[in-house]
Write a protein that binds this ligand. Structure first.
Ligand SMILES: [Zn+2]
Length: 83
């Protein structure tokens, strides 16, 4: 899949789409919260490619978990991802 082991500037960053089986680079961060599990200020983050942004977002929105969808920049990862 065009992976180059010579590139040292790409650590094991979890910057792939969160959709099952999708290895596309994420371009969106879906920030969500499950009020039954998380405190109100807690944010979980799913990453999504353009193709899965809608399906993943709908999945979260249908449960009332989705808080915001923001553009994801691999050079400036969401700090909540490190949790
Ligand atoms: Zn995807």
């Amino acid at each position: 899949m065009g992976e180059t082991e010579t590139s040292s500037e790409t650590p094991e960053a979890a910057a792939d789409c969160s959709a099952k089986g999708c290895r596309a680079a994420a371009t969106w961060a879906l920030r969500w919260n499950n009020p039954r599990l998380h405190t109100p200020d807690r944010r979980k983050v799913w990453l999504a490619c353009d193709e899965h942004r809608t399906s993943l977002g709908d999945h979260l929105a249908a449960r009332g978990f989705l808080r915001e969808t923001v553009p994801f920049d691999p050079a400036d990862p969401d700090p909540d991802l490190a949790v």
